[in-house]
Design a binder for this molecule. Structure first.
Ligand SMILES: Cc1cc2nc3c(=O)[nH]c(=O)nc-3n(C[C@H](O)[C@H](O)[C@H](O)COP(=O)(O)O)c2cc1C
Length: 205
């Protein structure tokens, strides 16, 4: 039995294009792999620990090879639990809206928690090394407008792919829900295309 971790990064539900597409992905996946388990992290419902002074100082302690204080160790365990949950999955699905050309702040918060030295990346003599990869991941991006791969305005897909690559993911599948704030007919067509694309990725995932 494999576990697929679904990270939902839109606060919207049935009106969310990214989440609707992710639901289609998951039902196609579950039909093909009924024995597998789906674990969902709904980032707008979770209360993630603040990445505050103690967390930042703990991170620097790890990077500089220093002992953490007893209080830092205690509080760091909250961060470790979330990293463990992330790393224990076999496959990943992330659905996210574009917000102000980037990713929603709740997803950035989650990334700031899970991207940690010695847990998800290492600093080696030959540079950074991702420690969380080697597993398949699919990202479903919704945007109001349409952006091609070279668009200088897309900090959503470019950033997510960069940070996933940084922690070691190389097998990243993409589903785009583009032009979701345009005319009804275009939105309908784009949503249908995204769902079909998501389903075909899901059955081979
Ligand atoms: C706070 C906010 C910021 C947004 N910024 C952008 C943007 O920079 N570019 C864009 O194309 N669409 C933008 N949109 C539109 C959303 O990306 C679009 O409605 C998308 O469908 C949202 O994803 P969802 O349907 O999964 O919630 C924004 C929407 C919100 C609520």
């Amino acid at each position: 039995m494999k576990t697929i971790l679904y990270i939902k990064a839109s606060p919207r539900n049935e009106r969310s294009h990214s989440h609707t597409t992710a639901q289609a992905f998951l039902s196609a996946y579950q039909q093909k792999n009924p024995q597998d388990k789906i674990v969902t992290i709904d980032l707008f419902k979770e209360s993630l620990p603040e990445f505050d002074n103690f967390a930042a100082e703990s991170k620097y302690a790890i990077m500089h090879g220093k002992e953490k204080t007893a209080e830092q160790v205690k509080k760091w365990s909250q961060i470790e639990k979330i990293i463990e949950q992330f790393k224990s999955a076999d496959k990943y699905l992330i659905s996210l809206p574009m917000w102000n050309f980037g990713i929603p702040y709740k997803l950035k918060h989650y990334i700031d928690i899970i991207v940690q030295p010695s847990y998800t990346f290492a600093v080696t003599d030959s540079g950074y090394k991702g420690l969380a990869g080697g597993k398949p991941i699919c990202a479903i991006y919704a945007r109001g407008a349409s952006y091609d791969n070279d668009s200088p305005m897309d900090f959503q897909k470019k950033y997510l792919e960069f940070i996933l690559g940084f922690i070691g993911f190389t097998d990243i599948k993409t589903v785009l829900c583009q032009s979701m704030l345009t005319d009804v007919e275009t939105v309908k067509k784009s949503q249908e295309a995204a769902i079909n694309n998501a389903k075909s990725i899901a059955i081979a995932f």
